[in-house]
Ligand binder design. Structure first.
Ligand code: KG4
Ligand code: ZN
Length: 360
């Protein structure tokens, strides 16, 4: 059967080492296997991802992940047609580890290599999971990224707006830290917020008055810090209820900004097939429901891929590689690992749109 394509995907741009095998044929695209190993425990004592530790761990684990993906898929290496690998943006040591692993395999097997932009992997995921057609609007909202992208093709991205400073996930993590909650902060803050009063504190909703889809979250985190300090000065500490109320009020501030900016991002976009979200923050139920409501109001389809395909994984890299491969893209042994690689090459660079070092 000649129109069957089997592709291995490799991901190592931050602190997850992942491999996956995808098969495309006349019936569609199937994930044959997708394995991820996280390095969270290696970085736990450092308050963030340490690039050197990450790179070494990727180098140690990549071949194990590839072996596991091959075993679980029951597809022998000899049946692969191509290898897709994250070639950026990300922590450069990790990206190089992945690219070198992919080059070795491609050379050894005599098959083509396709370099993939990690963010394109996230942005194309709703096509893999839900068959969403071009063009659609994508909200990438994670620990290192926050942007609205119009997606017209596997290499055609237009940034409609994005954060000018922190990403929301970063804000969730910092707020959790300020309140003595565990990391990652998002799920912890969401849990606390369930018991809280979201109207008690009036946290800022920055840039709401601007007529574009740009966002800002760093002032919000500072406002939470001030509120905490004021309560501590006044009462000598924070009660359980104070903490829950701060979480609920903070979460609603993030929600209001994303909701308002989604309306802005949808302005004048009349040909979209849907709106999709990806990234860890999209796991937040209150946030997700609010975004879904906007789509209902605007009469546009809302797609939220399952969480394991919203966060870093290699199936999304294999899928983006597959679309590029089908368009004829082939990379050689000169494929370069890139720390920065904005998806929208035409807009001026912005934080959170392919910056160095951020978890994407
Ligand atoms: O996409 P992701 O797993 O990793 C990257 O950043 O690429 O996102 C992680 C971020 C963390 O900042 C985490 O606190 C946040 O997503 N997060 C959440 C929730 N679950 C994870 N934020 C808000 N609510 C959640 N339920
Ligand atoms: Zn990512």
């Amino acid at each position: 059967m000649t129109d069957q394509i089997t592709i291995l995907g490799i991901e190592s741009s931050c602190d997850d080492t992942a491999a996956a095998i995808l098969r495309a044929d006349a019936d569609g695209v199937r994930i044959m296997s997708s394995v991820v190993t996280s390095q969270t425990e290696l970085h736990a004592n450092f308050g963030g991802v340490v690039p050197e530790i990450a790179a070494r761990a990727h180098a140690e684990r990549l071949d194990l992940m590839v072996e596991q993906a091959v075993d679980e898929s029951n597809v022998p290496l000899s049946k692969l047609d191509a290898i897709a690998v994250t070639a950026g943006p990300g922590l450069i040591g990790g990206v190089i580890s992945g690219v070198m692993c992919a080059k070795g395999l491609a050379r050894g097997l005599g098959i083509p290599l396709v370099g993939v932009n990690h963010l394109a992997g996230h942005a194309l995921t709703p096509r893999l999971t839900d068959g969403l057609k071009y063009p659609y609007l994508m909200l990438l909202v994670s620990g290192g990224h926050c942007q609205f992208l119009r997606v017209d093709g596997p290499e055609e991205f237009t940034r409609i707006g994005g954060t000018i400073d922190d990403a929301p996930g970063e804000a969730f993590d910092k707020v959790a830290k300020l309140l003595g909650l565990p990391q990652p902060g998002g799920p912890a803050v969401e849990r606390e917020a369930l018991k809280g009063d979201f109207l008690r504190f009036k946290f800022p909703r920055p840039l709401m008055d601007r007529p574009n889809a740009d966002m800002s979250f760093s002032g919000l985190k500072t406002a939470v810090l001030r509120t905490r300090d004021a309560l501590v000065a006044e009462q000598g500490g924070l009660s359980e209820q104070d903490r829950s109320d701060i979480c609920a009020s903070f979460q609603d501030a993030v929600r209001d900004v994303l909701v308002q900016k989604l309306y802005r991002a949808l302005e004048g976009q009349f040909d979209l097939t849907g709106v999709a979200v990806a990234g860890g923050v999209a796991a937040n139920k209150r946030l997700r429901l609010a975004l879904e409501d906007v789509c209902e109001t605007m009469d546009v389809l809302f797609v939220a891929p399952p969480l394991d395909l919203c966060t870093d994984n290699a199936a999304m890299i294999a899928y983006a590689g597959l679309e590029l491969f089908q368009l004829g893209r082939r990379d050689g042994m000169d494929l370069v690992a890139r720390p920065r690689w904005p998806l929208d090459q035409h807009s001026p660079a912005m934080l959170g749109s392919g910056k160095k070092g951020a978890k994407a």
